[in-house]
Design a protein around this ligand. Sequence first.
Ligand code: ADP
Ligand code: ADP
Ligand code: MG
Length: 445
Amino acid sequence: MFKKILIANRGEIALRVIRTAREMGVKTVVVYSQPDEGSLPVLLADESVCVGPAASNASYLNIPNILSAALMTGAEAIHPGYGFMAENPDFAEMCGEHGIVFIGPTPESMRALGSKAGGREIAANSGVPTVPGTGVLESVDEALLSAKQIGYPVLLKASAGGGGRGQKVVRTQEELRSAFGQAQEEARLYFGDPAIIMEKFLEEFRHVEVQVMGDGQGHVIHIGERDCSIQRRNQKLIEEAPSTLPDTLRQEILAAGVRLAKFVNYAGAGTLEFIVDRDGNYYFMEMNTRIQVEHCVSEEISGLDFVKLQLEIAAGEGLRLLQEDIVLRGHAIECRINAEDPNKDFRPAAGKIDNVHFAGGPGVRVDSHAYTGYVIPPHYDSLIGKLIVHGDDRDHAIRRMKRALDETVVQGPKTTIPLYIKIMENPFYRRGAVMTNFLKTRMEM
Ligand code: ADP
Ligand code: ADP
Ligand code: MG
């Protein structure tokens, strides 16, 4: 096992990695930007290195500074968390060139799967259905022709997009004419790659995703699936495991996920995202080649530590688990606590946390870097913690989540907690009638 690793991330995920590393006796180095100097990961890591000012480009995305920090502190491996460098194959490659292990899949499989176009191609090659759509579109004329075949409305997606950004719904030919160039330009600006793909825009469906682990030698297992249909602006708010899908459909989707990951000889933790419609059709959407924000719900029902598995695979110890070793128990739900005002269109609410008290008791887990007196910097995303509960079944988990939300106090910035309390009481939510348009159609938001 590694003696020391560097964590190229911030916030709750940096803390999450520190916790497992510490339990494993692995020393940690965390990098940070100037405004994050007083953050919990920096206080708890064995060592910390400032890699630049507030702007992500100058700090958390600053490759020379991050690699220097690893070399200077003698870290053998880098855990990228999610976001930032996590899905950057060039960074993974550079780690290798400097004799540092990138904790994640190979640069080759990241390149193959990292873009939405690449993911769709691999899905097609491994016999996994995708949403009707295209590869990378080269021109407006090609886009117009494809839209005619697919049928409006269509969705333009930045092939390199992520975090719910880089998507444009287009309802008519005229709209497409002006939107296409604009989408390319925005994709270039935000993701450094102008490539655009098109998909049929679907109005109502569930987002269901498969958690996989691979050893890079052809052995791939799944650790169940998650439902992440409660979203705003294409970003997840509440996730649960398992999904409420009928068992035959669930098994089919799990098998499709494993097949796809096997196709690229996947190494490490990964997630295959699917759309599941009312009629039980499922379509592969994309693969996230990293640990995911909502990995905790799968950890709770499997009793496994995914960061530990990631470290073991990266250190060359392989993946000793077989599919039949995976036993899933009960039901878990996660609420992402964002410093945002749900009544003002989820406007970010950075600032000082005057007082914070998290829930506890049976079946409650809190992954959060927030503490009383912590000042949430305005430069990064608004996630200040995750409240996770584990219960005997879905109904038990919902009641437990409601109880845990009621116990939690965050004074200072507005948060999404009051919204989650309402959702836990919502009759549609309680009976599992949840699709991605839930907030609009069932909560009038
Ligand atoms: P998850 O599926 O793990 O919930 P999200 O899609 O919500 O992941 O993204 C997690 C974090 O990573 C967010 O901070 C998001 O903004 C960021 N992120 C994900 N993909 C990209 C990308 N391609 N470019 C920039 N940021 C990204
Ligand atoms: P990201 O990389 O930003 O996570 P995804 O392709 O995973 O992008 O899509 C994020 C979310 O956008 C999905 O969970 C879903 O709510 C919505 N979405 C994606 N594809 C479609 C589609 N074809 N039609 C309608 N909504 C979609
Ligand atoms: Mg996604």
